[in-house]
Design a binder for this molecule. Structure first.
Ligand code: DX5
Ligand code: ZN
Length: 227
């Protein structure tokens, strides 16, 4: 798999915007994607309910695209490692919900997945810079988690810049992923700020040809990336 700091932008279509009765077809329609982003919501951490482990297990069998599980759930210390055991390539949980993020990251890694930490728009990054040494991915939310189709929040980009500076300086080794409101009009700003993984839900599955939408987003990000 691509490792953090690869010069190529990675596109992670979010199946939140796909037809939940046809997830295997949705995955097939974006077979050039780098990761397939799977939003797990528990109706507690966020006011929405989506899918959980059984669906991830079925998706794992239905597609060869590496699964990027984004857990918007309470008590990730307990519930995150099973997603790694189910074969997810990357398991990201929210720092706001975690009690012991380092222990949870270690459990995810020892089950064979990359470990990701996510921050909501209002959560600062500075208190977690040391903790992030134990992670492979930082997911900076560029909308409030819970729903697709929201407007991109450019005001969180300083966190992307800060993370990229620490990666560039060699203090951290991370994918810097952005999630929420990413589309043709916003991906360049995120790439310029230093993101290298781009989640896109409505911009991909709302398009007539999701596969082409992935390639078009990748092309736009490629021209603006500053690693
Ligand atoms: C929001 C989810 C996102 C969502 C993004 O809570 O984490 O992954 O699918 O959807 P768009 O790209 O439509 O903003
Ligand atoms: Zn997400």
């Amino acid at each position: 798999m691509t490792s953090p700091g690869a010069a190529e932008p990675m596109i992670a279509p979010s199946i939140l915007s796909a037809d939940f009765a046809r997830l295997a077809e949705a995955a097939d329609s974006v077979d050039g994607a780098d990761w397939l982003h799977v939003d797990v919501m528990d109706n507690h951490f966020v006011p929405n309910l989506t899918l959980g482990l059984p669906v991830v297990q079925s998706l794992r069998a239905a597609t060869g695209i590496p699964l990027d599980c984004h857990l918007m759930i309470d008590d990730p210390d307990r519930w995150a490692p099973p997603y790694a055991e189910a074969g997810a390539a990357n398991v990201t949980f929210h720092v706001e919900a975690a009690t012991d993020p380092v222990r949870t990251a270690r459990a995810i890694r020892s089950a064979g997945a990359l470990a990701g930490l996510s921050v909501k728009p209002g959560t600062p990054l500075e208190p977690y810079l040391d903790v992030l040494r134990e992670f492979d991915t930082l997911l900076v939310m560029t909308v409030e988690p819970g729903f697709g189709g929201q407007q991109f929040m450019a005001e969180v980009l300083p966190k992307v810049r800060l993370a990229r500076e620490h990666v560039r300086a060699g203090h951290l080794r991370l994918f810097v992923e952005v999630d929420g409101g990413i589309g043709a009009d916003t991906i360049e700003a995120a790439a310029q700020a230093g993101a290298d993984v781009f989640v896109a839900g409505s911009a991909v599955f709302g398009a007539e040809d999701p596969g082409r939408a992935v390639e078009a987003l990748r092309e736009r990000a490629r021209g603006s990336m500053t690693l």
